[in-house]
Design a protein around this ligand. Structure first.
Ligand code: DX5
Ligand code: ZN
Length: 215
């Protein structure tokens, strides 16, 4: 069954703890944390301080998506704050293997993120070393954007690579996921779906999660 990772970017930050518990009770599998620096993407969100604050609130794995330049400088802080997964953009990493090894040196699961226009082939040299590939289906920076359907074949491409070289690889999709687009992603081989607005803009988060999962 596909896993669901609600993105707290669309949560009410004035009551973040409750918002996280609400999706945990609603059947979420991961909590997706969007870290933006105002350089790699045109928005600023949260830092390791918030990861540290929410760590004791939930038993779910914290899936930390770094949309930042120079990720190496901040990986230790996010690892120590309690991240279970740290994903870095290939577009932001000059020495990708070094960055992935750094994440793993803290015992944290490591993942690589590709923007919509970045080809799947870029993960080939590193696919056996990582735990997750995150494919963006919007250009990162904001919640609530429209799903870019032309990324769909890339999901199938990564799935074929994973079957061959790393069958345990999680294939996560992020951006514009709702109950309709979720179905398309699952068909292509997605194993984890991030959803921000499609979950947090709904009153009944349990029902929203079920619909995205296809139940
Ligand atoms: C986009 C973020 C996403 C975002 C998804 O830059 O990486 O995780 O929160 O939001 P929705 O599901 O609303 O597109
Ligand atoms: Zn994200």
């Amino acid at each position: 069954m596909v896993k669901i990772a609600p993105s707290i970017l669309s949560a009410d930050f004035a009551k973040l703890g409750e918002e996280i518990l609400d999706v945990e009770r609603g059947g979420a599998d991961f909590i997706h944390v969007d870290v933006m620096d105002g350089h790699f993407v045109p928005n600023i969100t949260i830092g390791s301080l918030i990861v540290d604050a929410i760590r004791p609130v939930t038993r779910l794995p914290l899936d930390v998506h770094l949309m930042i330049e120079h990720p190496d400088r901040y990986i230790e802080a996010f690892a120590k704050a309690g991240a279970d997964y740290i994903t870095v953009h290939v577009e932001a990493c000059t020495h990708l293997h070094r960055t992935i090894q750094l994440i793993k040196s803290f015992g944290v699961n490591a993942g690589v993120v590709l923007n919509p226009a970045t080809p799947a082939s870029l993960i080939q040299p590193i696919i056996e070393d990582i735990d997750m590939v995150l494919l963006m289906t919007v250009n990162p920076g904001f919640g609530g954007q429209k799903f870019i359907a032309s990324v769909l074949p890339k999901i199938a491409e990564v799935k074929a690579m994973a079957d061959k070289y790393n069958p345990k690889l999680e294939i996560e999709i992020d951006g514009g996921v709702n109950e309709e687009t979720a179905k398309l992603c699952i068909e292509q081989g997605a194993t984890v779906l991030v959803a921000g607005s499609a979950i947090y803009n709904q009153k009944d988060r349990h029902a929203a999660i079920q619909r995205i999962r296809g139940n």
